[in-house]
Design a binder for this molecule. Structure first.
Ligand SMILES: NC(=O)c1ccc[n+]([C@@H]2O[C@H](COP(=O)([O-])OP(=O)(O)OC[C@H]3O[C@@H](n4cnc5c(N)ncnc54)[C@H](OP(=O)(O)O)[C@@H]3O)[C@@H](O)[C@H]2O)c1
Length: 327
């Protein structure tokens, strides 16, 4: 496992880290036993950074991470998120009182006195017109409730607004073979300001693993069923906002580029790691096998310019018309 500096935090974190949404909920049935095994495998593979949120299974994901921390002596950095407990996303909901309550919940769930990294969880765009909210986050740092803070965003414009606030340490954004626009300008700006980039949905919700088929089905409690058309939250979070059939076809074209002994998930993750502005990819992992397979992407040699160009060409031809202008 290779490690990269996370913005200005002083931390060096695993370039393949762990996304802990699926072990909380919204991805069909998962057993806590299997989830804990997946987390242990991640640490064994050198992962030292986990991304979660208060709302993933209403604290279930955070509590599993707390359990992992009890039995692992090595340092594990946990990034959590706040804001999605609001019944409706409004800028007015981001009050000191609400933020404080959400932070206290996460502190309890994670069994800690101070959150390593708190991310605003895709707040409305209007929040970036409210510097006082970032002032409140500064106060939570001063009081020791949180060590650092950052944002998770849907859109590039939101990320550009967020990094104008001097103490934003990280931007979490969808970046994968099917979402290439962040590399066009956002990354340069983040590098200039030494802001860390967490690349989320790196496997396009499973499309970029190559295992999905036209007739694959998803249970009613899996967002790949209930949010296929954005019924519950931003449609971009499910299959990266790419139409399922188009995604399958593009994944097959990328599969044709696989180097020997490399699987599609690993190629998709290695593609992300080719961008030095990225601090880490945070693939979700539901079991030890998936986690180990994903972590091995860090050990692969760089992709060739020919492979990078071919993936860009597939994106331009098949995916770009659906996503590039939207996020
Ligand atoms: N708004 C936000 O801030 C936000 C939104 C989305 C995600 N995130 C973060 O980003 C993380 C990653 O995104 P994501 O979990 O949505 O999507 P993802 O990483 O693109 O896909 C993860 C899913 O793909 C499957 N998978 C993973 N590795 C595999 C492998 N090697 N082989 C076969 N299948 C594999 C698993 O589901 P199955 O086995 O069921 O197919 C897994 O749950 C999340 O866990 C979360 O921490 C944040």
């Amino acid at each position: 496992m290779n490690y990269r500096p996370l913005g200005r935090t002083g931390w060096r974190i695993s370039e393949v880290s762990f996304g802990a949404w699926a072990i909380g909920g919204s991805w069909g049935q998962v057993s806590d036993q299997e989830s804990i095994a997946a987390l242990h495998k991640a640490v064994d593979c050198g992962v030292n950074f986990v991304d979660t949120a208060d709302v993933y299974g209403d604290g279930r994901s955070e509590r599993l991470i707390a359990e992992l921390k009890k039995s692992h002596k090595s340092e594990l950095i946990v990034a959590t998120k706040a804001g999605r407990r609001l019944p409706h996303q409004t800028v007015a909901g981001y009050t000191r009182q609400n933020l404080s309550a959400w932070i206290e919940d996460s502190l309890r769930n994670l069994a800690t006195d101070s959150l390593d990294l708190l991310q605003l969880h895709c707040p409305p765009t209007g929040l970036y017109d409210r510097p006082e909210v970032f002032g409140m986050l500064d106060d939570f740092v001063t009081s020791g409730k949180i060590r650092f803070y950052g944002v998770s965003v849907e859109k590039i414009d939101e990320a550009l607004r967020a990094i104008e606030f001097p103490n934003v340490q990280t931007v979490q954004i969808i970046f994968n073979c099917f979402r290439q626009r962040p590399a066009e300008g956002l990354f340069t700006n983040c590098k200039l300001k030494q802001v860390g980039i967490l690349a989320r949905v790196p496997l396009a919700s499973g499309l970029l693993t190559g295992k999905l088929r036209p007739d694959s089905t998803f249970t009613s409690d899996d967002h790949r069923n209930f949010n296929r058309h954005g019924q519950a939250f931003d449609v971009g979070e499910t299959f990266s906002g790419v139409d399922y059939q188009t995604g399958l076809e593009a994944a097959e074209e990328i599969r044709a580029l696989l180097p020997p002994a490399v699987c599609l998930s690993q190629l998709a993750l290695r593609w992300i790691l080719m961008f030095d502005a990225v601090t880490c990819a945070i693939p979700g992992g539901k079991n030890p096998h998936q986690v180990a397979e994903n972590c091995r992407a860090s050990d692969l040699p760089p992709l060739t310019p020919e492979t990078m160009n071919a993936i860009h060409a597939i994106y331009n031809r098949k995916i770009r018309p659906q996503v590039h202008h939207r996020w």
